[in-house]
Unconditional design. Structure first.
Length: 100
């Protein structure tokens, strides 16, 4: 089993009246991938991080294997979700992957 943890820091332009919509859209787009991509066991997105956090949004995904993780990375549904919901709004991304 492989886990991936991602932390996103949003661009400054996001911190206005649309912040809630941007965060909700990221959460919805990614969590809608559950059950849609072979080998993806679960994905959960946290949008309400504590003020002590250095990131604005976090996601944790579990895959049945490293091959499943690699397939997820290039899967068209994941690429579409990130293109529309994440890429236009994220300033920096930090991630780790590990076996459990």
């Amino acid at each position: 089993m492989v886990k991936k943890v991602v932390i996103w820091k949003l661009q400054d332009k996001c911190f206005g009246p649309n912040l809630g919509t941007i965060k909700a859209n990221i959460k919805t787009k990614l969590e809608n991938l559950n059950g849609q991509i072979p080998g993806l066991e679960s994905i959960a997105v946290e949008t309400e991080c504590l003020s002590s956090s250095t990131g604005d949004i976090a996601a944790e995904a579990t895959f049945e294997s490293e091959d499943a993780f690699k397939n997820y990375q290039k899967h068209e549904l994941r690429l579409a979700a990130t293109k529309d919901a994440i890429v236009p709004f994220v300033d920096t991304t930090t991630h780790v992957e590990f076996e459990v």
